[in-house]
Design a protein around this ligand. Structure first.
Ligand SMILES: Cc1cc2nc3c(=O)[nH]c(=O)nc-3n(C[C@H](O)[C@H](O)[C@H](O)COP(=O)(O)OP(=O)(O)OC[C@H]3O[C@@H](n4cnc5c(N)ncnc54)[C@H](O)[C@@H]3O)c2cc1C
Length: 412
């Protein structure tokens, strides 16, 4: 219910995204006499939520563990998962009327397979509980005095006894994401860890990629620093004209964008050892007639364009006759298939990142209640906090469990 004339509230939540909406609903459903408002910069709430899970919204993951979180608040994820586990998130949404199902890998989606179902049940609950959703209201300043917050949206001022910041991160600015609240929180004395794009494609140096745009392959991918493997993932690798992509790469992107001098190693036959790949290639060499060319050697194993790129990366002339490929060249090709190296170019733009590594430092927040340690009655939840998770429902799980944690403290 919109009530713009009233500007004094018990609780104001800054940001009507996943965390802010659920937090407001939990507070009002358990403490109906509280007046609660959401100040949202955009013309409507939940824009990012609609884009999640490729439009299906992967709202949590039943196999989430604390080790799947990173950043200075990541230790707090353990307590939040105990307090509000993935199955509890499922129950909370079921109470709101959302039916969900889990896939084999634990990812939970709405049965409708539509992200707007998740947003709609939150909106309907907000409506039922008379939560004031005030859109087109970008918070431009916050002043805390005499245990009251003055919250400025340009020349409009709202006041609240308790303030919950749920303003998200910088990722995917097209959904309204921006870092304005971090600047305000910094002014209020909070340490904010510099934001870096995460869960995004990894830009790499390569003159082979242009021809591979759109090609997909099963692969194991590793990120290395000085030949030391920092993390390994496997799954569907996607090539773009200047980057490696796919969920397996997304999970390496945090390291790629925060560490210096990293490389990605792609293994395109991950279940085969080097010697087995050599044997496969020798066998392939003997299969074709004398006029066959090197560019045809990998047909039947890889996408044609990918095969050609591998041949070129191994330094073999595509027009060379297969019969003339030397044993040394076969070994070089096997090593490229086994360990194709790409130098990483750390990304700085947030347009293609699903989450942001960075945000309000864990040292500023009490993990037991999501309260700011420095400013009384101020809470910080969701992606505004320096805590980002792996791909697969972990980030919405964090948004929801931190929202639950703060809400339960607010209504104490
Ligand atoms: C394309 C994409 C797909 C994703 N898919 C998944 C997925 O399937 N599963 C998953 O777990 N995670 C996914 N994520 C990540 C997930 O969406 C976020 O982690 C989550 O939305 C964070 O919730 P939040 O409430 O903290 O922030 P948000 O949902 O971003 O909400 C923050 C809100 O605050 C508002 N705001 C910002 N500044 C101000 C201000 N100054 N004044 C007023 N309002 C302000 C913003 O407009 C926004 O509405 C995806 C992200 C993207 C971009």
């Amino acid at each position: 219910m919109i009530n713009n004339s009233n500007k004094q509230f018990d609780v104001i939540i800054v940001g009507g995204g996943a965390a802010g909406l659920l937090c407001a609903v939990i507070i009002k459903s358990r403490q109906p006499e509280y007046s609660v408002a959401i100040l949202e910069a955009q013309e409507r709430v939940g824009k990012k939520l609609l884009t999640t899970g490729n439009g299906r919204c992967n709202l949590t993951n039943l196999f989430t563990t604390p080790q799947m979180y990173y950043g200075s608040f990541s230790k707090g994820a353990e307590y939040l998962l105990e307090l509000c586990s993935p199955s509890m998130v499922v129950d909370l949404f079921e109470e709101l009327g959302l039916l969900t199902y889990a896939e084999d890998d634990g990812r939970v989606y709405p049965v409708s397979k539509q992200a707007n179902s998740v947003l709609d049940v939150l909106r309907l609950a907000a409506d039922k509980h008379n939560i004031n959703i005030i859109c087109n209201s970008k918070v431009t300043d916050i002043k805390a005095k005499n245990k009251v917050f003055d919250v400025y949206c340009g020349d409009r001022v709202f006041t609240a006894q308790k303030l919950i910041v749920a303003s998200g991160s910088k990722s995917t600015p097209s959904t309204g994401a921006d870092d304005s609240l971090w600047h305000i929180l910094k002014k209020m004395g909070h340490k904010v860890v510099s934001p870096v794009p995460a869960l995004c494609p990894v830009y790499v140096e390569s003159n082979q990629l242009k021809s591979l745009k759109g090609v997909r392959a099963s692969a194991a991918v590793r990120i290395l620093n000085n030949n030391k493997v920092l993390r390994e993932e496997s799954g569907e690798l996607q090539f773009t004209e200047n980057a490696l992509s796919g969920i397996c790469v997304f999970n390496l992107s945090r390291i790629a964008n925060t560490e210096q001098n990293t490389e990605i190693s792609v293994s395109l036959l991950p279940t085969k050892r080097f010697n087995e790949i050599v044997d496969i290639l020798q066998n392939k060499k003997s299969l074709y007639n004398k006029t066959a060319k090197a560019e045809e050697l990998l047909i039947g194993i890889f996408n044609k364009m990918l095969g050609l790129a591998l041949i070129k990366s191994a330094g073999i002339l595509p027009s060379k006759l297969i019969t003339e490929i030397t044993d040394a060249e076969i070994k070089k090709l096997a090593s490229v298939i086994n360990d194709w190296r790409f130098k990483v170019i750390p990304a700085k733009d947030f347009t293609r990142s699903q989450v942001t590594a960075g945000g309000v430092s864990g040292s500023e927040i009490d993990e037991n209640n999501m309260r700011s340690k420095g400013v009384e009655n101020l809470y910080i939840i969701g992606e505004a906090v320096d805590c980002d998770g792996d791909c697969g429902g972990m980030n919405l799980q964090f948004a929801f469990s931190s929202a639950y944690c703060a809400a339960m403290d607010v209504i104490l």
